[in-house]
Design a protein around this ligand. Structure first.
Ligand SMILES: *[C@@H]1O[C@H](CO)[C@@H](O)[C@H](O)[C@H]1NC(C)=O
Ligand SMILES: *[C@@H]1O[C@H](CO)[C@@H](O)[C@H](O)[C@H]1NC(C)=O
Ligand SMILES: *[C@@H]1O[C@H](CO)[C@@H](O)[C@H](O)[C@H]1NC(C)=O
Ligand SMILES: *[C@@H]1O[C@H](CO)[C@@H](O)[C@H](O)[C@H]1NC(C)=O
Ligand SMILES: *[C@@H]1O[C@H](CO)[C@@H](O)[C@H](O)[C@H]1NC(C)=O
Length: 293
């Protein structure tokens, strides 16, 4: 694919597959080759692969104006960084923040290691570091959604608190030790079906139920993408990501000293908070960021 010269950071005139030239706030489209590590995915996507300290390839993407405050979005279980599509396609978000996301290991377009060593806390912190270094991010804000919030405990176990500017817990689990304390009985009941390697019927029904619990009325193409991200994850990776442990001391120390804490309830929101209450969610996050950047 031909690319015209960069106009400004992250804004490019790209040649589409129809041979027209269009301006996009995205990175060059790159090819993803099917390999054992990424579980046979062959695709093209905007973004870049960054290499984590243990060699795991992590798929990352940044959009917007890199001079704005940076927010790194960390997705939850099953559904990769595409979970945030509505945010990353929104000109209002893009006008006020530099948006960065990545498929955490075991998800989406990133490698999906299935050894216990690959799921030690430090490895997940190093994935974040690789994204930070690749995009030269300085003190980003970090938004953790759902079980993605636990990655912030990993990050702060290996870095001082001022490595990041602030934390946004979006319907999040702060650490693995709290997982089953904050999850709903309906979500807990999904565990066996998400982990089964012998009953396809059960896995299929359970993963569909998981998506429905995240939001019961998603736009069809997005719903299919959520289902697809579930299918590309090896069950062995699912088991490791649910059973992994971490040292919560550092994040609990940071939480104890919270400054400028703001707890905002999004009335009637589903687990996909930004899809349920897009305007309120956006205003809440961007206002808090602007006060703390
Ligand atoms: C990027 O953001 C900076 C800081 O707000 C601003 O000065 C600059 O004009 C922005 N660039 C574009 C292309 O919008
Ligand atoms: C989770 O709940 C159990 C009791 O149900 C409690 O013993 C434990 O301390 C809680 N863990 C956390 C991290 O809150
Ligand atoms: C597989 O799962 C389905 C749905 O949960 C269940 O009805 C069925 O009995 C299971 N089959 C076996 C062989 O366990
Ligand atoms: C957990 O981390 C704290 C520092 O944040 C450290 O003092 C403690 O020894 C660690 N615990 C374990 C079990 O490694
Ligand atoms: C929290 O954020 C909301 C939405 O931006 C704002 O209305 C509220 O005043 C804030 N509360 C505190 C305590 O800062």
């Amino acid at each position: 694919m031909a690319l015209l010269p960069l106009v400004v950071a992250n804004i490019q005139d790209i040649q589409t597959r129809d041979n027209t030239i269009e301006r996009r706030l995205v990175e060059p489209v790159i090819a993803i080759n099917p390999t054992d590590a990424n579980f046979g995915i062959s695709a093209v996507a905007p973004g870049r692969f960054v290499t984590s300290a243990d060699g795991t390839k992590i798929f990352a993407e940044a959009r917007g104006n890199s001079s704005k405050p940076v927010i790194v979005f960390i997705h939850g279980f099953g559904i990769g960084a595409m979970a945030f599509n509505e945010i990353f396609d929104d000109p209002v978000w893009l006008d006020q923040a530099y948006l960065v996301r990545y498929d955490t290991r075991g998800h989406g377009r990133s490698d999906k290691p299935t050894t216990a060593a690959a799921w030690m806390s430090q490895r997940l912190a190093e994935d974040f570091d690789a994204v930070v270094q690749s995009y030269s991010l300085i003190k980003p804000f970090v938004l953790g959604w759902s079980i993605g919030g636990t990655h912030i405990a990993d990050i702060l176990s290996f870095h001082p608190p001022n490595y990041i500017s602030g934390i946004i817990y979006d319907a999040a689990v702060p650490d693995m030790a709290s997982l089953f304390n904050v999850s709903t009985p309906a979500a807990d009941a999904l565990q066996p079906g998400l982990l089964t390697t012998t009953n396809v019927t059960q896995f299929q029904a359970t993963y569909i139920e998981f998506i429905n619990l995240c939001h019961p009325a998603l736009e069809w193409n997005f719903y299919l993408a959520c289902l697809g991200d579930g299918v590309v994850q090896p069950r062995a990776a699912t088991a490791l990501l649910f059973s992994r442990t971490q040292n919560s001391t550092a994040v609990l120390d940071v939480i104890a000293g919270w400054q400028r804490l703001n707890v905002t309830t999004l009335p009637g929101a589903e687990h996909f908070t930004w899809i349920s209450r897009p305007v309120l969610f956006r205003a809440t996050v961007l206002q808090w960021i602007s006060q703390n950047a």
